[in-house]
Write a protein that binds this ligand. Structure first.
Ligand code: XUL
Ligand code: CO
Length: 440
């Protein structure tokens, strides 16, 4: 068996004072927090596409920049098999319990769908085989129905019914292999499900077709007995000007309009939330309070750039607030933290793949520690419940209980006069959050 990351051995936890860049400073997998180990809380996953398919390409350098030990393998299937080995070696060296893939990441497309599916079967067998002597599992599978030219106008929202059918066939197979590999979720990211101009678009038909497609997926999941979660990953734009699954709020409304809300949850990606003009925490919380937070694509954008830069998450402020949402939902069940993140074009060495994941894992580990202290102390919860306490008694309770209407509220106001309002204390709370971040 070949070794693809020869210069790196198993990454160990060495604590915050370590000078070793190939060690965890904050992620201590076996450390217990509130009765669960860090590893169980965080459920990290490596993204196959960025880690094993990413070339460091950009529109000004399509050939990419990265140097990998599998670069010299010429045959497409030999390369795909090598990447299976590289994936397990990488996850095992990092101690990451999961990975995620698109169908086309693990096996290259052939001339026909039949041939492509055969290739998938070969690679799925190789993955299954490798899983027998590994603890590494599949967090989720998905379909790449956006790179091939046939999906230029979209997949389930294409203007062409044959393309809709092709995408359905692809999802069917991808769901089957996800199930076969014990995947715990199946993700839909809308790729090109959106539009460039309404001058050539029947938006109503496209949205209705998207709902039809998702309903077919729900039906097929039931038919084959796949017990993983179905998740949709909202994104407002890129590659299309307007993506139909814009953000959590849009997707929740779309689900409710089409009776899908009981069947599909969200996979929230940090950089997608910020592209939609929200904070990461906003979309996480909106999903959580609607019982729709399934999993997370962990990354971060750049504050100065308006696109999906998919950087490794290093902002402890954001990872803390994100983990607070995960704690509040009672932890992940089937979901986890998938690093949908790529090293920068200039970070082209294999070691950079380790540094990127270590940076992200440490940032989320520390976020978990801080969030758990915040949650235990309950100071923000207390402030919020006191801020709304008026809704627990008197006229506030009558409003909540649906006992009063405009007439009663007018009478109340005429009798009680000007309301007394109190400070929101934002700055005091922000300073308190900093105290937690810096070591309270
Ligand atoms: C694209 C994106 C995808 C999905 C899976 O922005 O996030 O990689 O996570 O298709
Ligand atoms: Co993603």
């Amino acid at each position: 068996m070949s070794e693809y990351f020869k210069n790196v051995s198993k990454i160990q936890y060495e604590g915050p004072k370590s000078d070793n860049p190939l060690a965890y400073k904050f992620y201590n997998p076996d450390e217990k927090i509130n009765g669960k180990t860090m590893k169980e809380h965080l459920r990290f996953a490596v993204a196959y596409w960025h880690t094993f398919q990413g070339k460091g390409a950009d529109p000004f350098g399509l050939d990419g920049s990265v140097v990998r030990s599998w670069d010299e393998i010429g045959d497409a299937m030999d390369l795909a098999k090598a990447k299976v080995e590289a994936n397990f070696e990488f996850c095992e060296k990092l101690g990451v319990p999961f990975f995620c893939f698109h169908d086309r990441d693990i096996a290259p497309e052939a001339e026909t769908l039949k041939e492509t599916n055969k290739r998938l079967d070969v690679i799925v067998a190789a993955i299954k085989d490798r899983m027998k002597n590994s603890d590494v599992k599949l967090l989720w599978g998905t379909t790449n129905a956006f790179s091939n030219r046939r999906f230029t106008h979209g997949a389930s929202t294409s203007c062409n019914a044959a393309v809709f059918a092709y995408a359905a066939a692809q999802v069917k197979k991808a769901m089957e292999i996800t199930m076969e590999l014990g995947g715990q979720n199946y993700v839909f990211w809308g790729g090109r499900e959106g539009y460039e101009t309404l001058l050539n678009t029947d938006m109503k038909l496209e949205l209705d077709n998207l709902a039809r497609f998702l309903q077919m997926a729900v039906d097929y999941k039931k038919e084959i007995g796949f017990d993983g979660q179905l998740l949709i990953e909202p994104k407002p734009k890129e590659p299309t000007k307007h993506q139909y699954d814009f953000d959590t709020a849009t997707v929740l409304g779309f689900f409710r309009a089409n009776g899908l809300e009981k069947h599909i949850k969200m996979n929230i990606e940090a950089n997608h939330a910020t592209l939609a003009g929200h904070t990461f925490q906003h979309d996480l919380q909106l999903a959580r309070i609607n019982n729709a937070l399934g999993s997370i694509d962990a990354n971060q954008g750049d504050y100065l750039l308006g696109w999906d830069t998919d950087q490794f998450p290093t902002n402890i402020y954001d990872t803390t607030l994100a983990m607070l949402e995960v704690i509040k939902m009672g932890g992940f069940t089937k979901g986890g933290l998938n690093f949908d993140a790529k090293v920068r074009r200039a970070s082209f060495e294999p070691a950079d793949l380790f540094y990127g994941h270590i940076a992200g894992m440490d940032a989320f580990a520390q976020g978990l520690r801080i969030a758990s202290r915040i949650s235990e102390d309950g100071v923000f919860d207390k402030f919020i419940s006191e801020r709304y306490a008026i809704f627990n008694t008197g006229i506030g309770k009558d409003i909540v209980d649906g006992k009063v209407g405009f007439k009663e509220l007018e009478a109340y106001t005429l009798e009680n006069g000007e309301p007394e309002i109190s400070s929101g204390r934002q700055e005091m709370l922000e300073a308190l959050l900093n105290q937690y971040l810096l070591g309270k």
